[in-house]
Design a binder for this molecule. Sequence first.
Ligand SMILES: CC(C)(COP(=O)(O)OP(=O)(O)OC[C@H]1O[C@@H](n2cnc3c(N)ncnc32)[C@H](O)[C@@H]1OP(=O)(O)O)[C@@H](O)C(=O)NCCC(=O)NCCS
Length: 139
Amino acid sequence: MMESDMVRVVVLAGELGYELSLEDAANRFGRLRGHRDYAFFVAIINEEVVGWIQVNRDTEALLLGPRADIAALVVDQRMRSSGIGKLLLKEAEAWARDQGLYEIRVRSSIRREGAHRFYLREGYCLLKTGHTFQKTLLP
Ligand SMILES: CC(C)(COP(=O)(O)OP(=O)(O)OC[C@H]1O[C@@H](n2cnc3c(N)ncnc32)[C@H](O)[C@@H]1OP(=O)(O)O)[C@@H](O)C(=O)NCCC(=O)NCCS
């Protein structure tokens, strides 16, 4: 992924359900790129970004060893079911292996049934389901 991909990255993030401004996306990418714990890959067809993935080294915890985490994956809805998602996932898995990480996880909303079929087909197994809680902390 390069800074010049950001316009398309933001459009595809919208398909994933995240409304990002170009400025926010570019700023975050600028901070994270080049950091060894984060990797970003794009799929390009005819010079257009048609999919992207972010994979992270997950924060290590006392209860869990090191592993990789798919933070985002999306393929242009006009181009789905042609193997692009699989290629992006393989790239992320190869990155994880290169980092010495031999477990990879993805958290996926319960409503993304298509994505669940995709991960199961790619050899992922359902570990658990849960809720995510959030609280806004006032300054
Ligand atoms: C999940 C996703 C990345 C898969 O990408 P892809 O390029 O379609 O993947 P592939 O072509 O390698 O595999 C397609 C398979 O994924 C599954 N799939 C998931 N969502 C699908 C969709 N909206 N349309 C078609 N297939 C979908 C199907 O099992 C499909 O197999 P089939 O074509 O034999 O029916 C893509 O569908 C997508 O961007 N979905 C919306 C965003 C999303 O849910 N991301 C995952 C967040 S955890």
